[in-house]
Write a protein that binds this ligand. Structure first.
Ligand code: PLP
Length: 397
């Protein structure tokens, strides 16, 4: 007999009343074998869909061979994965972590050490309004959400916040000699799918070069094919000094990475940072299978799929003033409503569709990159019906 109870869990999550027992492609199945389309990919993780056979096979084989040795020794799969990620990104070397927040912790420590080597007593990182970088103390301090910070004072010092997508606001800090780096998401995910102007990242690159600051891109959500390039910085035509990624890198296996190049290369040396599990054989073999499976033929389709979805939603909601904007880059989509709409999550689930509402009023979609045309059509039909019904009810009320 299977007994389910949440009473032994610290209630940090308001969980939805469903448990999934298996997955395949864009589909998840609950205990009663009800089928749900996962249009959020486990929060931007399962870019190749659930249980991609190439990934599952590698994971199972590696688990039978060797899972963990520690970083006291060389780890061939870690070296191969690092090389592959550098080839894909133009970065120079990699530190592996077990999550996104930890990858950003590494980035923030690199920025501090970089500053300290330049005799800067209070190294300060420019971060953005609307940003999300994680839940550890440093990444929480870098995050812009007052709600997730509440009650955790004193936060970490050494961050200055400016509006996102505003080069002038960054430029205005040029005379602040404490600044050592800019940390920014190429597309803000948790913040509500906010996409900067085309020249924003290149503008930051130029500014950082001029100021001798590190440009640090948080590609934890935007990386691994999500925006239509392997990393969003490639689409922007720039190479950052630090690039962090996680989520899609393991397609469900927990792994993160902090990649460095340029001014950030050579900052960390022996003893400066570490992780018992980071870059373990199991995670690296699995991520290597992910990266090798996430080939151009999948990634090249992402831009078209995303545009198709955006156009289909624009059409579906053209008669609905409640939908005020649809923002999209690759397969990151945000449907902006003019009012709070978190209840759409439950209604969608009842209709067999898993979505997310972020920033209160943004329906966020991060479907697996392998979603088919027929599945996209189904996603549009289901969501369009739900949001129209929601709008009708609001009018009556
Ligand atoms: N940075 C970004 C842009 C994210 O979207 C997330 C997770 O949502 C994180 C960092 C934190 O990653 P993790 O939850 O793996 O610590």
């Amino acid at each position: 007999v299977r007994v389910m109870s949440q009473q032994f869990l610290i209630p940090t999550y308001a969980r939805q009343p469903v448990a999934f027992v298996r997955g395949e492609g864009v589909w998840l199945y609950d205990e009663n074998d009800h089928k749900y389309m996962d249009a959020i990919s486990g929060i931007g993780v399962c870019n190749l869909g659930h249980c991609h056979p190439a990934v599952t096979r590698t994971l199972a084989e590696q688990a039978g061979q060797l899972m963990h040795t520690s970083n006291l020794y060389r780890i061939p799969a870690q070296e191969s994965l690092a090389q592959r990620l550098c080839e894909l990104s133009g970065m120079e070397n990699v530190f592996f972590s077990n999550s996104g927040a930890e990858a950003n912790e590494a980035a923030i420590k690199i920025a501090r050490l970089y500053g300290s080597r330049k005799q800067i007593a209070r190294p300060t990182v420019i971060v953005m309004e609307g940003s999300f970088h994680g839940r550890t103390m440093a990444t929480l301090s870098a995050t812009a959400n007052a709600k997730v910070q509440e009650g955790f004072a004193p936060l970490l010092d050494g961050f200055i916040r400016v509006p996102f997508n505003d080069l002038a606001a960054v430029e205005a800090l040029a005379d602040n000699h404490d600044i050592v780096a800019v940390l920014v998401e190429p597309v803000q995910g948790e913040g509500g799918i906010h996409i900067p102007a085309n020249d924003y990242l290149a503008g930051l690159r130029t500014l950082c070069d001029r100021q001798d600051w590190l440009l640090m891109l948080d590609e934890i959500q935007s990386g691994n094919g999500r925006t239509g390039d392997y990393f969003a910085c490639l689409g922007a035509g720039i190479t950052p000094d630090v690039l962090t990624t996680a989520k899609g890198l393991g397609n469900g296996f927990p792994i993160g990475a902090c990649l460095v190049a340029g001014k950030a290369e050579g900052v960390f040396g022996p003893g400066n940072h570490g992780s018992t599990y980071g870059g373990n054989p199991l995670g690296c073999a699995t991520a290597l299978a992910v990266v090798n499976t996430l080939t151009d033929d999948i990634i090249d389709g992402v831009a078209d799929k995303g545009r198709w979805l955006k156009d289909a939603f624009l059409q579906a909601f053209s008669d609905l003033p409640m939908v005020t904007e649809i923002r999209q880059k690759g397969l990151m989509l945000g449907i902006q409503l003019d009012r709070p709409c978190t209840e759409l999550v439950n209604r969608a689930r009842d209709a067999g569709l898993l979505i997310n509402v972020t920033a209160g009023s943004v329906v966020r979609l991060l479907p697996p990159l392998v979603i088919s045309q027929a599945e996209m059509q189904q996603l549009v039909d289901t969501l369009s019906t739900l949001i129209h019904r929601f709008a009708d009810e609001q009018e009556v009320a």
